[in-house]
Design a protein around this ligand. Structure first.
Ligand code: Z5A
Length: 221
């Protein structure tokens, strides 16, 4: 793949911290687009293909055999990009080529936020991987922005065992949030920031409205 970044109007990504409510949001965007008669492919990162889902397991829920071996930040970054390279080629590009909308629960912005902001890795390295291994920019990124404490309280309320990244401290998630917000400020054409502290129906309505507005502007054609 060349090292250029191509913005694809039908690739829509959802981003945000833990407990931001991406599930509600992705369903709202899916229902809105399907209601207009579009084919919509729902997918997620890390993951989206059998191999990429296996990588997700290594990064988030390592089994007993490897859990004792600390995963370096660099290896974590390369693993999420290995999963993404596979996901783009096996799922995202074929769907876009046949004219479908692709809704991805997380994409490259998460690497800037978690591995860049959270782990402190160099954003230039991430940008280089993005150009060489991904080559695609979303036409619309819905950033579900919520106070870290609120998001974490929601996530903890689910009664699930926290994964490797969820076990990080609040300052890690504050850095993650800061990078997401900074990226949204730098690229207002691509990002729509949704106030995710609202109740779920209000978040769903704001998501559908953001997608509708982008469609009306011709930004997703
Ligand atoms: N990661 C990475 O490090 N680098 C990368 O490049 C990529 C990912 C792509 C997995 O992502 C992890 O991978 C993630 C970043 C890392 N780690 N963390 N943290 P994930 O998206 O699968 O995991 P997550 O962010 O932890 O998901 P989450 O906590 O499930 O967040 P969510 O999907 O936004 O939340 P939700 O499931 O929709 O809602 C969570 C709970 O809150 C649930 O009980 C809801 O009923 C409740 N909720 C949701 N919205 C509301 C509102 N508005 N009011 C009240 N309650 C609500």
């Amino acid at each position: 793949m060349s090292s250029a970044l191509l913005r694809h109007p039908r690739l829509i990504t959802l981003e945000g911290g833990e407990g931001a409510g991406k599930t509600t949001a992705i369903n709202a965007a899916r229902d809105y687009l399907r209601g207009l008669g579009h084919e919509v492919v729902l997918t997620r990162e890390p993951g989206g293909t059998p191999l990429a889902e296996r990588i997700r397991g290594l990064v988030l829920k390592p089994d007993e055999e490897i859990a004792a071996e600390p995963l370096s930040a660099e290896a974590e970054l390369l693993l999420v990009f290995a999963a993404r390279a596979q996901h783009v080629r096996r799922v995202i590009q074929p769907a876009l080529q046949r004219g479908a909308f692709v809704l991805s629960d997380r994409f490259t912005d998460s690497s800037y936020a978690y591995q860049g902001g959270g782990r402190g890795l160099d954003a230039h390295w991430i940008a280089d991987l993005e150009r060489r291994a991904v080559g695609l920019l979303p036409g619309l990124t819905l950033l579900l922005d919520v106070d870290v404490a609120i998001g974490r309280a929601r996530a903890n309320g689910r009664d699930l065992w926290p994964d490797r990244i969820e076990s990080e401290q609040d300052d890690f998630f504050q850095r993650v949030r800061a990078v997401f917000r900074e990226r949204a400020t730098q690229d207002p054409q691509r990002f729509a920031v949704i106030d995710a502290s609202q109740a779920q129906p209000a978040v769903a309505a704001a998501v559908a409205a953001a997608v509708a507005q982008r469609l009306q502007q011709g930004g997703l054609a």
